[in-house]
Design a protein around this ligand. Structure first.
Ligand SMILES: Cc1cc2nc3c(=O)[nH]c(=O)nc-3n(C[C@H](O)[C@H](O)[C@H](O)COP(=O)(O)O)c2cc1C
Length: 340
């Protein structure tokens, strides 16, 4: 895959044609998408494939019923809801992505981050096959009863519905992304000379970030911010695992809206950006490790990095030379799919 091209050119597609898509292609893309997500801790996630006309009809009926019940939906003419229902029924492929339940917040985030990253990999791989996709999480449909109808189990998190199909026209509309430099702060220390200790320059990271920001993000909120940490003193305060003087960290931070629905969407968008970054970084001579450490859940330990009250760290990217990570075990999550 030409990763850089796919990341820059991928567009959210909302209208599909009727060209059927082979199930084998979807399964093979899903397996590839999972294999591109490298992790040291196996995440738990699953996917439901609305494979038949009848299952899509049930899903469409359920979605349009939720829309009609919602405050906003009551203002929508029923003709429009019928068009929406037909669109769902006729969408060639519909997948629902779910992260499985976990014992604590960190593990739950780990599963959710994995499934969102796999969805992004899947969108990029699909784009190369001329498949367009819409990641759908409209608050009008998301309710306890809808989750029950799609079979969400206790403790599980819904990541999104992907509507998939071939399309005639590239979607129009304005696209923009803010340069990463405008969302970047650097915490440098006087404690080590830059050129000697940094195997990874801030410019090379910014170059990758400026491609990674072409991640899908609802409402184009671009809910991310980057904190680049080279200060030895700040890093070593985090604990013994950060004793390595050549270590450079990039904290990827999400803005937290008051609305919980937007919070989940924004977290997902930041995960897509991080996944783009990791895919792009594969071509670099240095290594990057994505971790969700315990300390990011402790507000006090986040303070030295200037994390604001309405923000949270989504992941920490650790940069080091190839020697540092050559022994770290990396696995890829297995595909767990149910066909309805
Ligand atoms: C977590 C998430 C949820 C989204 N939910 C919706 C949605 O419910 N409806 C919709 O039309 N687009 C949705 N989108 C797509 C965004 O609107 C789209 O990514 C954004 O407009 C940027 O366009 P692009 O993907 O073409 O770069 C969602 C995207 C993400 C990442």
């Amino acid at each position: 895959m030409n990763i850089s091209k796919a990341i820059r050119e991928r567009r959210t597609v909302r209208r599909f044609n009727a060209t059927p898509i082979e199930q084998e292609l979807i399964i093979s893309l899903l397996n590839k998408a999972a294999s591109l997500y490298e992790t040291e801790e196996t995440p738990h996630w699953r996917c439901v494939h609305f494979n038949t006309f009848e299952s899509r009809q049930r899903l469409a009926d359920s979605m349009s019923a939720k829309i009609k019940e919602s405050k906003l939906g009551r203002l929508i003419p029923s003709k429009m809801t019928d068009i929406f229902t037909n669109q769902i029924i006729n969408t060639p492929v519909i997948l629902v992505f779910i992260s499985e339940s976990a014992e604590n917040q960190r593990l739950s985030d780990k599963n959710y981050a994995a499934v969102c990253s796999i969805m992004q990999n899947f969108q990029l791989l699909g784009w190369e096959q001329a498949l367009g996709m819409l990641w759908y999480t409209d608050p009008m449909i998301l309710s306890e009863s809808f989750f029950k109808e799609i079979g969400l189990r206790e403790g599980e998190r819904f990541a999104g519905i992907l509507q998939i199909g071939h399309f005639e026209k590239m979607p129009r509309g304005m696209r923009k992304r803010t340069p990463a430099e405008k969302k970047w702060v650097s915490i440098d220390g006087d404690d080590r000379p830059h050129s000697e200790s940094l195997r990874v320059s801030s410019q090379s990271i910014l170059d990758i970030l400026n491609e990674a920001v072409w991640a899908p993000n609802d409402g184009l909120r671009e809910p991310w911010r980057f904190i680049f940490v080279t200060s030895n003193e700040t890093v070593s305060r985090l604990g013994t695992s950060y004793g390595d003087t050549s270590l450079v960290l990039l904290l990827v931070v999400a803005k937290e809206e008051n609305d919980l629905h937007k919070q989940a969407e924004d977290y997902a968008a930041v995960c897509c950006l991080i996944q783009n970054f990791q895919l792009l970084a594969k071509s670099k001579p240095w290594h990057v490790r994505r971790i969700i450490p315990e300390w990011i859940y402790d507000r006090e330990r986040c303070m030295p990095f200037g994390i604001r009250p309405q923000e949270r760290i989504v992941a920490v990217l650790e940069f080091g030379g190839s020697d540092r990570y050559s022994n770290s075990a990396s696995t890829s999550p297995m595909l767990n799919i149910t066909h309805l």
